[in-house]
Ligand binder design. Structure first.
Ligand code: ATP
Ligand code: MG
Length: 351
């Protein structure tokens, strides 16, 4: 029997391209090769696809890969992609990767793919829009205000004063659409607020200011089974830094994660599971997702960061929670591919 040719898309145009390379090569290494033919598909900074020889997948950075593309890789124009792969495993993160852009392209090319469709992916990326939808669905989210660049520039000092009056100190600023904690600041001194907003505006033209949450962070992978989403596991996170930073997320040994949770009581874990499923459905996520939140010190459960995709490095929540559910990396990768194929087989128009 012909094996399904699975293009693993990695790299891309976002600030998270190195994280994506790590995800992509780990998915490549762990894909069941008796069942699938994995094809490493690198997306460069101009959005072009290249099929990489497997040797290039082990390069340290996307820059190292880019240097070798012309010599060692094969450029695949968009039109030709459906002749090269039968299915796309999206291991991209961030803008153009899990925000609906690549999903739209794959829809036009008639290539089924992992993860959510165009709208749900866009919502998974946009922290302001997702909060509107979650609130309407009765899922608790942090109190926040959207700061639009043009408005901010008119009188940033007055705007900053207003934010401090609204939220007090500390407060949190973050780009509307980013990931991996990029551009996030916990503002602990009012004189730092303007700089914090500016550092978030580097990444997007709007920024969220949020109330500062005190409590315990959690992350849940949701996976669909026969069309029904289920929470794979709940992981409690104890960052080493003052918050869960880029380094805490990706540097070996930086932060402690507990699956199942170590200090969150079972009844609260049940509430987390319910809220996470509500959030998943409200945003229209499909096949899988990763939903993060806080258990506040007063016991309330808040959803802070629903993501339509997940990091896929060896120690990511995705593989950690799969292991807790007795699934090897190869097993959950296969399951995600098959779930996604079924979903795409049943869709009416774009997912
Ligand atoms: N309102 C808040 N109060 C306290 N800490 C916060 C708040 N918002 C974010 N943080 C901290 O910043 C981290 C990153 O924020 P957030 O999850 O919104 O960003 P992200 O870049 O989308 O992350 P991911 O890579 O998980 O998608 C959180 O894990 C948490 O530690
Ligand atoms: Mg996120």
């Amino acid at each position: 029997m012909e094996k399904l040719r699975v293009g693993i898309i990695m790299g891309g145009l976002s600030s998270e391209k190195e994280v994506s390379l790590n995800s992509g090569r780990n998915v490549y290494d762990n894909m069941d090769k008796d069942r699938y033919e994995p094809i490493p598909l690198f997306m460069d900074e101009r959005g072009r696809f290249w099929i990489l020889p497997w040797q290039l997948v082990s390069q340290n950075t996307t820059v190292d890969i880019v240097e070798n593309l012309e010599k060692k890789a094969r450029h695949i124009p968009y039109d030709d992609l459906s002749r090269e792969i039968d299915f796309a495993f999206i291991a991209l993160h961030g803008k153009y990767g899990d925000d609906g852009c690549i999903q739209g392209l794959l829809e036009l090319l008639r290539i089924p793919y992992t993860g959510s469709g165009v709208l749900a992916s866009a919502l998974g990326m946009d922290k302001h829009m997702q909060q509107q939808i979650l609130s309407a669905a009765g899922v608790a989210t942090p109190r926040s205000v959207l700061i639009v660049e043009e408005e901010w520039r008119k009188d940033s000092a007055a705007a900053a004063k207003g934010l401090i009056k609204n939220f007090g100190i500390p407060l949190v600023t973050k780009p509307s659409r980013e990931g991996s904690s990029i551009g996030v600041t916990i503002v602990r001194d009012s004189s730092m607020l303007e700089e914090a907003v500016e550092s978030a505006l580097v990444w997007d033209r709007s920024v969220l200011a949020e109330e500062f949450l005190e409590g315990t962070e959690f992350s849940c992978i949701v996976l669909e089974e026969d069309g029904l989403p289920r929470v794979l596991g709940v992981t409690e996170i104890h960052p080493q830094s003052a918050f869960y930073t880029y380094d805490d997320k990706y540097m070996p040994g930086r932060c402690s994660k507990f699956t199942p949770p170590k200090t969150i009581p079972p009844a609260v874990v049940e509430r987390i599971r319910r809220e996470v499923l509500k959030a998943y459905s409200a945003l229209g996520f499909r096949s899988y997702g990763r939903i993060d939140g806080f258990v506040l010190n007063d016991g309330r459960v808040l959803v802070t960061d629903p993501n339509s995709s997940s990091g896929m490095a060896p120690s990511s929540f995705f593989f950690e929670q799969a292991a807790e559910a007795e699934m090897l990396p190869s097993m959950i990768i296969s399951e995600l591919i098959e779930i996604s194929r079924t979903i795409h087989g049943r869709k009416k128009g774009p997912l």
